[in-house]
Write a protein that binds this ligand. Structure first.
Ligand code: CA
Length: 223
């Protein structure tokens, strides 16, 4: 679980960020004052700081400088108004990792948050972001859509990837054809179709036949 500190004094934007990031599975703390943000970043353990530049108490640049002066490498994503952009780019030299100009689309912010947390996880050698799945010698990167089997990259179509992802999310479980159909093709797909068997065949060809076991009368299982 990643913890994100949101320092933003516009109540609507703070609430929008808070709700969106929580919905995306992050734990959030919101503060609307620069001094408070600096204190929280110092005293508590966060994985990322979303930092508005125009804050009361102490502006975002001062918060960032204080952080870096202590040697704290907490990733910082700056939020800035368009007319502050020149200052902000100067601020990036002061140790910010990325910035976004307001107004922005939430999906864009989320993509940057994920990218930042992911590169941090890579640096620390941990896969703490939930963006990778690994089992039975198979590894999927959900962000880049890359697949590896026993360390070798495997080219998969979108449906093959989705099916393999379903298997990895249900490690050790037998998945029925109906479960695989509903996960990969959606509920309105013809239940009489043999498309699941066809795609299991494709995956076996790419990953090795032994990787997906047929459980007679029940379905398939990753092993
Ligand atoms: Ca502000």
């Amino acid at each position: 679980m990643n913890r994100i500190l949101i320092a933003e004094d516009e109540p609507r934007l703070a609430s929008f960020l808070n709700k969106g990031l929580r919905a995306a599975g992050y734990t959030t703390t919101v503060c609307e004052d620069g001094l408070r943000a600096a204190a929280l970043a110092r005293d508590e353990d966060f994985d990322l700081l979303v930092l508005d530049i125009g804050l009361p108490g102490q502006d975002g640049f001062a918060v960032l400088r204080a952080l870096r002066a202590r040697g704290d490498r907490l990733p910082v994503l700056i939020l800035t108004a368009r007319d502050e952009l020149t200052d902000t780019i100067a601020g990036l030299d002061g140790g910010a990792d990325d910035y976004m100009t307001k107004p922005f689309v939430f999906e864009e912010l989320l993509a940057r948050v994920r990218a930042r947390l992911r590169s941090e996880a890579r640096t620390e050698g941990t896969a703490g972001t939930g963006l990778e799945l690994e089992a039975a010698g198979v590894r999927l990167d959900l962000r880049t859509r890359r697949a590896e089997a026993d360390g070798t990259e495997v080219e998969l179509t979108a449906k093959e990837f989705a099916m393999l992802e379903t298997f990895l999310r249900h490690e050790h479980q037998v998945l029925s054809r109906e479960q695989l159909l509903s996960h990969v093709w959606g509920y309105d797909y013809d239940p009489g179709s043999n498309v699941v068997d066809v795609y299991v065949g494709y995956l076996r060809r790419k990953l090795g036949a032994e990787r997906i076991e047929t459980v007679r009368g029940m379905g398939y299982r990753l092993r």
